[in-house]
Design a protein around this ligand. Structure first.
Ligand SMILES: *[C@@H]1O[C@H](CO)[C@@H](O)[C@H](O)[C@H]1NC(C)=O
Ligand SMILES: *[C@@H]1O[C@H](CO)[C@@H](O)[C@H](O)[C@H]1NC(C)=O
Ligand SMILES: *[C@@H]1O[C@H](CO)[C@@H](O)[C@H](O)[C@H]1NC(C)=O
Length: 385
């Protein structure tokens, strides 16, 4: 091969191997939005369900005490988001749908911006998915998701890249890296899945809410398998998948598997899942990595129950322009994952995942603190051990 051909090729090779690699590392390591555990070995997520935001100050509250109506509006929802952020200082905020109540929102884009404003102002990375009411204003479901991904500090995606066919808008996953400087700094030690559970059935004869479709489950399975392989590969190959958490709006039919003897929290209304079971729970059981699912949709339910090793959790209603129960505080769910120390004293992989809720009362009272998963758990709780 003549030199003239070889050297540009060689240069190209050099460029593509060394220069962009070094560049992307710098970008990755310093990227403010890349999720990773804090230097205290902790990663905290705030879940805000069902804000039902409309037009702000002029939008009244629903189901508050008679004495509270006059001074209550969407701005109380905003104030609650702000207070939660200040109180918990989460690393990440997830909005699990019905972010806006489309029927009453005169301009969907404006309502979305107002609804997410406290998260945007906090400079904390955040993500959102769709409920069944987000598309009822001036934007379609696709339009809402496209508008959300253009907002500041969000890690939301319309859909995963490289996937040609997937139902819905707002299916994506996010990786949470280990502590910077630890052996797990380049590995995802906690995986977050976000899915669009749809709005309403479009199948003739099947009434009621939407569901997670086969195309979405296929994407989930491939993604979970890919993440598992990476986690079990060098460096520091692990024996099982990293724990995963799934967020979507409409509860699965399996949320009906509990009664007061085996959940934490309350169930004050029926489980409004789809009238058919699309099998996503079984897909998660097969994949083996998801330890907890977090939904909204039923504002009066705020429980967590565990079925076949997977916690099924509601966040409880958050927004004031949403149905609720007068005298029963609006609330939010917090999830914290903690890392274990390695033999050498460095931060390792996830040791435990805990949750609690906070009420929008004077002191943001924390309730129902519980361990959802821990690495050492035995007796059928963690099926991966
Ligand atoms: C709504 O916010 C106003 C203004 O801060 C406050 O006076 C009122 O008590 C709040 N209402 C509720 C139900 O929290
Ligand atoms: C993580 O990646 C960076 C850049 O490639 C490298 O310098 C560092 O040594 C890696 N850390 C570990 C623990 O492998
Ligand atoms: C919860 O307890 C009830 C009996 O009180 C039982 O029928 C049900 O199967 C239990 N659910 C789970 C998920 O263990």
């Amino acid at each position: 091969m003549p030199m003239a051909v070889l050297s540009p090729l060689f240069l190209l090779l050099l460029l593509s191997v060394t220069f962009p690699a070094a560049k992307s590392t710098a970008v990755q390591r310093n990227h403010p939005l890349r999720l990773r555990f804090g230097t205290n070995g902790e990663f905290k997520i705030l879940q805000v369900a069902d804000m039902h935001y409309a037009n702000g100050k002029g939008t009244p509250c629903e189901d508050v005490l008679p004495t509270q109506f006059a001074s209550c509006s969407d701005l109380n929802t905003t104030a609650f988001v702000r207070r939660m952020i200040l109180a918990e200082k989460p690393h990440f905020i997830v909005f699990t749908g019905d972010n806006i109540f489309g029927f009453d929102a005169t301009d969907a884009a404006k309502s979305l911006e107002a609804a997410f404003a406290p998260a945007i102002a906090s400079n904390i990375p955040w993500a959102a998915i769709l409920g069944n009411h987000d598309q009822e204003s001036t934007l379609s479901r696709k339009g809402v998701m496209q508008h959300i991904v253009g907002l500041k500090n969000t890690l939301s995606k319309v859909n995963p890249s490289g996937v040609k066919t997937i139902d819905g808008f707002g299916n994506y996953n996010l990786k949470v890296g280990g502590v910077e400087g630890s052996g797990f700094e380049n590995k995802s030690v906690l995986n977050l899945y976000f899915l669009d559970s749809g709005d309403y059935s479009t199948v003739p004869g099947i009434f009621g809410y939407g569901w997670i479709k086969t195309s979405q489950q296929f994407w989930f399975q491939l993604t979970s398998a890919k993440l598992k392989r990476a986690y079990m590969n060098k460096p520091f190959p692990q024996k099982t998948a990293a724990p995963g958490l799934a967020y979507f709006h409409i509860p699965l039919p399996e949320f009906s598997s509990f009664d007061a003897s085996n959940y934490t929290g309350v169930r004050q209304e029926g489980i409004s899942s789809a009238s058919v079971n699309s099998g996503f729970f079984t897909s998660m059981v097969e994949a083996g990595d998801v330890k907890a699912v977090f939904t909204g949709h039923d504002h009066l339910n705020d429980f967590c129950g565990v079925l076949t090793g997977i916690n099924l959790c509601y966040a409880g209603g958050f927004g004031y322009h949403a149905y609720g129960k007068a005298g029963w505080s609006r609330r939010a769910r917090v999830v914290v994952a903690n890392l274990e120390r390695t033999a050498k004293g460095n931060w390792g992989t996830v040791k435990s995942i805990r949750t609690w809720k906070r009420l929008d009362d004077k002191h943001l009272t924390a309730i129902d603190s519980q361990v959802l998963w821990s690495k050492s758990s035995v007796g059928g709780v963690d099926l991966n051990l």
